[in-house]
Structure formats: C-alpha cells, structure tokens
Design a protein around this ligand. Structure first.
Ligand code: HEM
Ligand code: HEM
Length: 128
C-alpha cells in the first residue's frame, strides 16, 4: 500500500508543478489554490501517508488502508477538478456540490487514515 500511495503522490507533483509553471509563465494566478492543494494535499500529504504505510506494515495491511486509498483516489481529483472549474468562473450548483462531495470524501479518507494510525500503530512497533 505504501508504494501505491507514493506512486499516486508522484502523479500529483507532476501535475502540480505543471500548474505552477503555467501560472509563472502566464502570470495568471487564478489556479493558486489548485496548485497549492495538488502539491501539498496530493504530493506532500500522500507521500507522507505512503512512508507511514511502508514503515508500519500492520497499518498498511489493514482494510482501513484500502478504504483510505480509494477515498483519497476518488475525493481529491474530484475536489481539484471542480476547484479548477470554479477558479475559471464556472460555478453552477452542480460544480459546487461536486466540490463539496470531493472535499468530504477526501476529508473522510484522512479521517480513516487517522483511525488506522491510532488503532494499528503502537509505540513498540518502532523497535521492530
Ligand atoms: C516548478 C515548480 C513550481 C512552480 C513554477 C511554482 C509556482 C508557483 C506560483 C506561480 C504560485 C503563485 C504565487 C502567487 O499567487 O503569488 C505558487 C504558489 C504556491 N506554491 Fe508553487 N510552484 C512550484 C512548485 C511547488 C511545490 C513543489 C510546492 C509544494 C510542495 C508548491 C507550493 C505552493 C503553495 C503552497 C503556493 C500557495 C502559496 C500562497 O498561498 O501564498 N509549489 N507556486
Ligand atoms: C478536504 C481538505 C481541504 C479543504 C476543503 C481545504 C480548503 C481550503 C480553502 C477553502 C482554502 C482557501 C483558499 C483560497 O483562499 O483561495 C485553503 C487554502 C490552503 N490550504 Fe487547504 N484544504 C484542505 C486540505 C489541505 C491540506 C491537506 C493542506 C496541506 C497539507 C492544505 C493547505 C492549504 C494551503 C497552503 C492553503 C493556502 C494556499 C492558497 O492560497 O490556496 N489544505 N484550503
């Protein structure tokens, strides 16, 4: 599971820096929020989750890790795509609802990760 998270994270930094370069080149900063979340939620957060799973196999083997992977894998792209549409001024009700859906699903993914960390990682695992 750790490797799957790391690969998912790397896709986000590739997309994130492309958006950064696009903004730097065009001097259009409308996508700052999309860029920030792609890099920090997509790359930094998911890579940290990936390393956590690599270090703690019991947490990685839990069904909670699978739930986390899919909630994150669905929620974050939906959140970022709808945020991109809104940043371009396209914000009908269905787009804002989609954004709420994406944020909630991605947020629940992090909640599931937290439950996994608290239940399946113990201080004594550090010495294994
Ligand atoms: C080639 C790489 C990158 C380029 C060209 C780039 C470019 C930019 C630009 C043009 C902005 C908007 C600045 C503004 O609105 O004043 C920005 C904001 C931001 N970037 Fe990047 N960026 C790059 C990589 C990264 C990476 C790797 C991260 C994080 C891991 C990151 C995190 C952020 C954050 C958090 C903001 C928002 C800062 C704020 O709210 O003031 N960027 N970046
Ligand atoms: C479901 C999860 C999240 C939601 C709904 C959310 C929502 C938001 C909102 C509404 C803003 C203000 C945007 C603006 O002023 O244009 C913001 C800014 C920011 N968030 Fe998040 N956030 C989430 C997760 C995260 C995470 C996990 C990180 C970092 C690891 C993060 C880092 C930032 C940063 C650096 C900014 C300021 C950059 C900017 O100018 O957009 N966020 N977030």
């Amino acid at each position: 599971m750790g490797v799957r998270f790391l690969k998912m994270a790397v896709v986000y930094i590739l997309v994130g820096i492309c958006i950064g370069i696009y903004m730097g080149t065009t001097l259009n900063f409308a996508l700052t929020s999309v860029h920030a979340h792609t890099n920090l939620f997509g790359w930094a957060t998911l890579a940290l989750c990936g390393f956590t799973y690599l270090r703690f196999p019991k947490a990685a083997g839990s069904p909670l890790a699978k739930w986390h992977f899919w909630l994150q894998g669905i929620g974050l792209p939906v959140m970022l795509i709808s945020l991109t549409l809104m940043a371009h001024g396209y914000a009908p009700n269905w787009v804002t609802s989609l954004k709420h859906f994406g944020e909630s699903v991605a947020g629940i993914g992090i909640f599931v990760f937290a439950v996994n960390v608290f239940t399946n990682i113990k201080a004594m695992d550090i010495h294994n």
